[in-house]
Design a protein around this ligand. Structure first.
Ligand code: ADP
Ligand code: TRP
Length: 327
């Protein structure tokens, strides 16, 4: 049986890129193996969130996972900080990765550049090693993520292979699973850049918390390319992005949608897309509101998840410690 594992950060502003690229994909994996979905709250510390905000967002994220269709009876849902094995393994793995490798991580380059001097934290630099520990401690085979996380999963593979070569087979070498549709949703106001929680240009991000009117107006204002045909191509990044979003929300393929709009204008296409996205997000929001009301149930889910996660990860940690000579 394959083990599937992934996480989404709890710093607020979940957007349709997180939904299409990650959470929606995860739901499908629930029938294909043993799933673990977690809230990487320790990763979120690198932006030094306000304590109350982090607490609130962690529970929000659990409620969103449930709203999107993650079933706590099928999947383990836990908070990273509730299982100390992840952090302990991170410290050990720090000795099997170089500064050069971490320096080459594009996410670190982008985020640290954007944040300037306040972004030069060791926690941000070391982030991919904690991510490797999150994966390797659970012997996960498949990591469903958006395109931006591919490089981190590649680094995890390198670390696992390096460790296995020295000490004998200890870790499963995982594989990234990146969906065909919605794995890189771009900012609607700036389609050369991906939609991101940390982006300054929030006007181009459609958030899961946005009201239907806001979603509709963001899509109406989305930049388009020159020309008027509704076709995906490399020189039409804006319309390609909108087609991908349409495909992701309608579960149809891009070719079908191009055909449907072959002789139609941008306006009709955008209006239909806006209705489609706003309706789906309203539906998710209703489920979210219902789940979020019962804070005790959400905490119970995390507690039960942490118990199960702890059993898996601490076993692996014992094996690793033995291998490297910690007594
Ligand atoms: P962000 O980049 O917005 O801070 P995270 O880093 O928390 O988001 O990513 C959580 C998950 O969502 C990851 O699997 C990531 O690959 C996916 N993801 C993030 N942004 C996008 C996007 N624009 N398109 C598709 N998937 C995305
Ligand atoms: N770094 C991931 C992100 O920001 C979140 C994450 C942390 C993760 N640890 C992970 C995803 C392990 C998959 C597996 O999107």
């Amino acid at each position: 049986m394959k083990r599937i594992l992934s996480g989404v950060q709890a710093t607020g502003k979940l957007h349709i890129g997180n939904y299409l690229g990650a959470m929606k994909q995860w739901v499908k994996w629930q029938d294909k193996g043993e799933c673990i979905f977690f809230i990487p709250d320790l990763h979120s510390l690198n932006i030094r969130p306000k304590p109350q905000h982090l607490k609130n967002e962690t529970l929000n994220n659990v409620a969103w996972l449930l709203a999107c269709g993650i079933n706590p009876d099928k999947s383990i849902i836990y908070a990273q900080s509730h299982v100390s094995a992840n952090s302990e393994l991170c410290w050990i793995l720090n000795n099997y990765v170089t500064m050069g490798e971490l320096n080459r991580m594009t996410q670190f380059k982008e985020k640290s550049q954007k944040r300037g001097t306040t972004g030069q934290l060791v926690g941000l630099f070391d982030y991919p090693v904690l991510m490797a520990a999150d994966i390797l401690a659970y012997s996960a085979n498949i990591i469903p993520v958006g395109e931006d996380q591919r490089q981190h999963v590649e680094l995890t593979r390198d670390i696992a292979e390096r460790f296995n070569n020295i000490y004998g087979k200890t870790f499963i070498v995982p594989e990234a699973a990146i969906g065909d549709i919605g794995s890189r949703v771009m900012n609607l106001a700036d389609p050369e850049n991906k939609m991101s929680k940390s982006d300054n240009n929030q006007n181009g991000n459609v958030l899961l918390f946005d009201k239907p009117e806001t979603i509709k107006s963001k899509i109406a204002r989305a930049v388009t390319d020159s020309g008027s045909t509704i076709e995906a191509s490399d020189n039409k990044p804006a319309i390609t992005n909108l087609l991908q979003i349409y495909a992701g929300f309608s579960d149809r393929n891009v070719k079908e949608i191009e055909k449907k709009y072959a002789n139609k204008g941008y306006k009709e296409f955008k209006t239909n897309l806006a209705d489609l996205v706003a309706d789906k997000i309203s539906e998710l929001q209703k489920k979210f509101e219902k789940n979020r009301k019962n804070q005790e149930i959400l905490k119970k889910i995390l507690e039960k998840g942490a118990q199960k996660a702890n059993i898996i990860a601490s076993k692996k940690l014992v094996q690793v410690k033995e291998r490297i000579g910690l007594i």
